[in-house]
Each structure stands twice: as C-alpha cells, then as structure tokens.
Design a protein around this ligand. Sequence first.
Ligand code: AMP
Length: 185
Amino acid sequence: MRLVFVGPPGAGKGTQAENIIFRYKPVHLSTGDMLRAARDAKTEVGLQADKYMSSGQLVPDDVIIGIISERLKNDDCKQGFLLDGFPRTIAQAEALDQMLSDAKTPLDTVLELKVPDGELRKRLAGRGRKDDAPEAVEERIRGYHTITSPLLEYYGKKGLLKTIDGLGAVTDIFERIIKVLDSCR
Ligand code: AMP
C-alpha cells in the first residue's frame, strides 16, 4: 500500500498515521519528523530547515525532495509507505511522481483529512510545539490553503483523492479511513 496523507496542520494526521501504520504496516515517512530529528541532531540540513520551520514556512523544495528521494530508495519502502507531510507543493508532487514512475511503484491512494480552520486554531492552541506559536500557526494555515491545497485538485484529476471528514472522535475518524483503505486494496 503506497499512500499520501494530506491535511492542514492540526488535522490529526499524526494520530491517524499511527493508526494506519499499526493496522496496515506501511513505513511511516513523515518529513516533519525527519526535519525535527535533523534539527535536534544539529546536522547542516537540520539547522538550515529550522529557520523555516520555526516561522511556519515551508522548507525549500530541493531540500525536501532530496531527503525523500534518498529515503524512498531504502529497502523497507518496498513493503509500502505512508507519506505524511509530503508532498506539500505541486513541485514536490511532480518530483514524487517522477521518482515513483521510475521505480514502477505508483501511488494507490491520497487521503485528505479535512478540518475547518476554526477547529484547527483551537486544536493547535492547545498543543505547545515550537512552531505552534500563534503567528506560526496562522502562517502554516495560510500556507496550506495557498500552496498545498492545489494538490487536492492535482490528485483529484488523477482519480487518487479520497476525502475524510476529520471532525469527531479519533476512533470514528479512523473507521472512516479504514472503510476507504479496505475498499481500495
Ligand atoms: P509537519 O510536522 O508535517 O507539520 O512539519 C513541520 C514543518 O516542517 C513544516 O511547518 C515545514 O516547515 C517543514 N516541512 C515538513 N514537511 C515539509 C515539506 N514537504 N515541504 C516543506 N517543508 C516541510
């Protein structure tokens, strides 16, 4: 199973990604987690990325595409993967398409977790991560609508997009995801 998980910050992607990993066993590829690990390890890429992350901006495409293209070459990805937080721009989606078509391993499904902005602000206010400061939150929500949401049309046209209502109890949301993923196996 090769999946992309798309949704605004605070939609609950992290929580539902854990549920998906547990049930379907794809490798979890979270670019946010990779960048935070690189930042904490004080690697050159990590320190560069931190400048963007702490203000809620996207890390440049070439940096993130380089990280993912290396990671996808790893053998563990053959069992399938869940891309969480990547792609976030059309350029990233095109680069991903190229990598996957070269490897003859196309995507199966793109899951969109949909949550209204008002609810996102409420959820992020209670989370306390470094990039959850109010200005950074607004920048990330704005960035999602302007830069990332065109991906929905991009994948919709390819017939890959499945939209999940991200409101309600975590278990109910996961039931919705299961329904979609079981039907496209
Ligand atoms: P996340 O945990 O997915 O919300 O990512 C945290 C931060 O890492 C984002 O606000 C961006 O600064 C950066 N980041 C993660 N994934 C990407 C990506 N695909 N493209 C650009 N920046 C990213």
